[in-house]
Design a protein around this ligand. Sequence first.
Ligand SMILES: Nc1ncnc2c1ncn2[C@@H]1O[C@H](COP(=O)(O)OP(=O)(O)OP(=O)(O)O)[C@@H](O)[C@H]1O
Ligand SMILES: [Mg+2]
Length: 228
Amino acid sequence: MIQLSGVTKIYPNGVRALNDVSLRIRKGEFIFLVGPSGAGKTTLMKLLYREEFPTKGQIIFGGKSLVRMRPREIPYLRRSIGMIFQDFRLLPQKTVYENVAFALEVIGASKREIRRAVPAVLEMVGLSDKAGVFPAHLSGGEQQRVCVARAIVNNPVLIIADEPTGNLDPETSWELMKLLDDINLHGTTIIMATHAWDIVNHMKKRVVELVDGRIVRDEEKGVYRHEA
Ligand SMILES: Nc1ncnc2c1ncn2[C@@H]1O[C@H](COP(=O)(O)OP(=O)(O)OP(=O)(O)O)[C@@H](O)[C@H]1O
Ligand SMILES: [Mg+2]
């Protein structure tokens, strides 16, 4: 589904965030992206939704080159990807329902489609009773579940989650992971960058480790780190 070949990313300030990275992601996989701070995890994810552009190399997503993709095609790419961030990024002046509905409004979904889809995803993340509440009146775990609802509401083929448990307590983190695992079992590919070693060790998914912009490890049913 996704193929990176010889991808290097050098930021304008000269930082080489990714160095000759090649990676193949198959449909339906669940991948943990691990590695120390500054290793290039977020950069790799940004390349996938064309937030950043590679300095060198090729990225193929669903048969299309992201390098050759025209700017007007980028919105269509982003419609096929759900994004979840550590800091939630919900719209504070919109309710839970409106935050999720907004993700559909911006892609031109009909009112009817919105009325059908939003309650269904809120039910799935267990927030039906909070539909009318504003983000500021939710716990961190509830806010993150709104983000999951927003990410999945238009049936993305890929979910990119950048440290989604970074601001959650352990129990809430596990609930989020169960939710993501369930979404993955329904066929959605998931790439999740994380420092949560206990989650990685427990879930036994594919683990790709970056160090200084290079892939140093790629294992099926991997662990966070091998002790020497
Ligand atoms: N917009 C940018 N401009 C310049 N340098 C950047 C930019 N974004 C990231 N970098 C640099 O690129 C390198 C990789 O950063 P990146 O954010 O991809 O790391 P990361 O693995 O996600 O780290 P963390 O675990 O702390 O989130 C770092 O050296 C960082 O300082
Ligand atoms: Mg990061």
